[in-house]
Design a protein around this ligand. Structure first.
Ligand code: MTE
Ligand code: MOS
Length: 713
């Protein structure tokens, strides 16, 4: 069948979701299923001296560290996080044990009667304290990671500089707030454990559960159930609770269901790393940024989790879309006695792009020059080198994209009109951001760790099933992958089958993270389809392909040198705001965006990702406040932690421009995370434009704005 790959089709996951038929983890019922609730630490840092359990009724049990037959450490990147606390606790909410049984009310009652005796240790509650810790939580310097990247010659850049500007930028927590809270069910049958759950990475859970139980791979099976959003929050956390329900199922020999309450989910699961980023730029008389020194500090929380790779992405993005030839950037992921920070759409890039976009604007303002001209004169071009010395091989369309956004938003006319209006007390402003996102794993991840495999199976009726471990979680992956196969095989879309992955059936094509599904896995689906096409006349065919690192690229993981990514997607966002001069409340009046994601595999899916990503990014910049007091998250309910709704954001006007990537399917590049990355700086810059102040911190709250306005900065 001939169809244009970009033309939208009906998404296959949507009808069941709309009709309420789709089966989420909460809809699964197994015979004799038991429920579990988690006993959690109420202390930020303590030694557990003793735990006093009440007498348990028949059919109820406790599952804790003593019930972990294998290694009581969750395999994420390192092994530092225990499935169940082992003598010490390091954050409020850390799991100590599960209470398991038939009736949820009885479980609650047991939970409330358990007494944990703690010996408190002085907790580390800020990154500043973490960097000067006398009793580190981790290692000698209390950093899970401490990296430096450098390129060029900073000494000469400093010598040649005529102007130096330094600024510090701060970003807060962000909670993924997926529609469906975390949940998993563990089932034990004839020596084998099966885990069903709401997850992004079936094989991550599988590896973690194998080590937790000390089981051979064939004795652990992971089945993804319809997943109501992940946004990075179901990248690592499911490995922890997967191991817990596995232990519980093994102990009770019954299915055990652990589903979080919303409040519990907000309080104890991973979030976006709060950051403090200091940038110091050296500029010459022609307003070229000759060099930059950067210092990035991420609040990693109590365990390392994914912090090392989040930090790398932040560091490699620290120069933003600018060609800064001389650079030294240090990055540290600091251990604190707080909830574990993890993956969230953008993975370190939203923090870095907020910092560099504000920084560049502030430099221009200090120099008294036009920010657009300043930014565009320093902008990356094809053939330039990245922060790690990698080559930007493809054309970079940013100047055209900026022009387009300026036109779409009538930016110039508006800026003029706003100046006039300001005289009568109306405070409007418009801000513009530029950014990129590297597709797939950072550095050698795809090459050395993931080595994704994709299998296609054709039956004698001409149906082709895509066997991959990647998941549909609302981002349209199922439909996108089917379209790639159908188009390559030249068969109707209805002939291509995509099911939720079950590790007994699918090979490990890697996790559904790093916006890799279309660009990396989609390419493998395309390659497998080409192979399958050659053998189409056979009755039943199975083909499998594996990821090959593209020729001509280079990455040295010890020195962080080379091509951190094999492809880049680009974005330009403009946001218009109106600020109430009395209350400092901010209303968003317009949002415009242009993205280069190569070719769009499905325009409506792309539009969905654009709108969703931008709204999430605007929430990050404005109303999504999350703070802790003495290590306890203060916003623990959906009424305290609010995310934007359609009422808070006007229609988002977006367009695509296309520089295709030869290594992606039909020229497609990464999309999923890119769309969140630029919204926060565009929003903050719009407020700066309206008020003439400098903003160095998100979320921008009216009370902070008032302070900034009163300080007259
Ligand atoms: N979109 C929806 N609707 N739901 C999600 O959970 N996750 C985001 C993004 N878009 C997400 C989403 C994140 S964090 C990533 S990494 C990508 O989708 C992953 O999917 P992709 O590889 O298909 O882009
Ligand atoms: Mo996305 S944060 O890489 O799951």
């Amino acid at each position: 069948m001939e169809f244009n790959i970009s033309q939208s089709v009906r998404r296959e996951d949507v009808p069941d979701k709309i009709a309420g038929i789709a089966k989420y983890i909460g809809d699964y019922k197994f015979k004799d299923m038991l429920y579990a609730r988690t006993l959690r630490s109420t202390e930020a840092r303590a030694i557990i001296k003793n735990i006093v359990f009440p007498k348990l009724p028949d059919g109820y049990c406790i599952v804790d560290k003593g019930d972990v037959p294998g290694r009581n450490r969750v395999k994420i990147i390192d092994y530092d996080m225990p499935f169940f606390a082992d003598g010490v606790v390091n954050y409020i909410g850390e799991p100590i044990a599960l209470v398991v049984g038939k009736d949820k009310r009885v479980i609650e009652s047991i939970l409330s009667q358990i007494r944990v005796e703690y010996q408190r240790i002085e907790p580390i509650l800020s990154v500043e304290d973490g960097l000067n810790a006398e009793k580190p939580i981790f290692g000698d310097n209390n950093c899970f990671s401490d990296y430096t990247i450098s390129k060029g010659d900073m000494v000469s850049a400093k010598r040649r500089a005529k102007f130096v500007y330094e600024g510090e930028y701060e970003t807060g927590y962000q909670e993924q707030f997926y529609l469906e809270p975390q949940g998993m069910i563990g089932v034990y049958e004839e020596g084998k454990v099966s885990i069903y759950g709401s997850i992004q990475c079936p094989y991550y859970v599988k590896n973690a559960v194998e080590e937790c139980l000390g089981f051979e791979p064939y004795r652990v099976r992971i089945v993804q159930t319809t997943t109501g959003g992940g946004f990075g929050g179901k990248e690592d956390y499911p490995s922890l609770i997967g191991g817990q329900v596995a232990c519980a199922a093994l102990k009770t020999k019954k299915p055990v269901c652990l589903i979080f309450e919303r409040n519990e989910d907000i309080e104890v699961t991973t979030k976006r790393h709060p950051s403090k980023i200091r940038l110091k730029s050296y500029i010459d008389e022609n307003y070229r940024v000759l060099g930059m020194e950067g210092d990035i500090v991420l609040d990693a929380g109590a365990y390392s989790g994914l912090s090392s790779v989040v930090l790398q992405r932040a560091m490699f993005a620290s120069a933003g879309v600018y060609n800064i030839e001389n650079l030294v950037v240090r990055g540290r992921a600091v251990a604190t006695n707080k909830v574990v920070s993890g993956a969230f759409r953008g993975f370190g890039a939203p923090q870095a792009f907020f910092a560099i976009e504000m920084h560049m604007e502030h430099i221009a303002r200090e120099l008294g020059i036009d920010p657009f001209e300043f930014k565009l004169s320093n902008i990356l071009r094809q053939g330039d080198r990245s922060t790690t010395g990698g080559l930007y091989r493809d054309r970079i369309l940013l100047p055209e994209m900026v022009n387009r956004v300026i036109k779409m938003s009538s930016l110039e006319e508006k800026k003029k009109a706003f100046k006039e209006k300001r005289k009568i007390g109306k405070l409007n402003g418009i801000g513009l951001s530029m950014f990129f996102h590297g597709g797939g794993f950072t550095g050698s991840g795809e090459r050395d760790h993931i080595k994704g495999r994709v299998r296609l199976v054709k039956d004698d009726k001409g149906y082709v099933e895509i066997l991959v471990s990647n998941v549909e979680m609302g981002q349209g992956a199922g439909t996108t992958l089917r379209k790639i196969a159908a188009k390559t095989l030249e068969v109707p879309l209805s002939k291509i089958i995509f099911n939720n992955p079950d590790t007994d059936r699918v090979p490990d094509s890697g996790p559904t993270v790093a916006s890799r599904t279309t660009v990396i896995v989609g390419k493998l689906v395309q390659e497998a389809s080409e192979k399958l096409k050659e053998r189409w006349s056979e009755d039943r065919v199975e083909v499998e392909v594996q990821y090959k690192y593209p020729e001509g690229f280079y990455w040295d993981n010890d020195r962080f040198e080379g091509d951190a990514y094999t492809s880049y997607s680009w974005g330009v966002n403009a946001v218009e705001v109106e600020v109430d001069p009395t209350t400092c409340e901010v209303k968003i009046n317009g949002v415009w965006a242009v993205f280069d994601i190569g070719s769009a595999i499905d325009e409506r899916i792309v539009k969905g990702q654009i709108d969703g990503g931008i709204v999430q990014g605007l929430g990050y910049a404005s109303i999504e406040v999350m703070e802790d007091r003495s290590g306890k998250i203060m916003q623990r309910k959906s009424t305290d932690y609010t995310i934007p709704t359609s009422m808070d954001v006007p229609e988002i006007k977006s367009e695509l421009m296309c520089e295709p990537y030869g290594g992606g399917p039909f020229g497609a590049k990464a999309l999923g995370e890119l769309t969140l990355v630029g919204a926060a700086p565009a929003y903050a810059l719009a407020i700066e434009d309206a008020l003439g102040v400098k903003i160095n911190k998100i979320p921008v709250r009216p009370e902070h704005l008032m302070e900034v306005v009163q300080n007259g900065k």
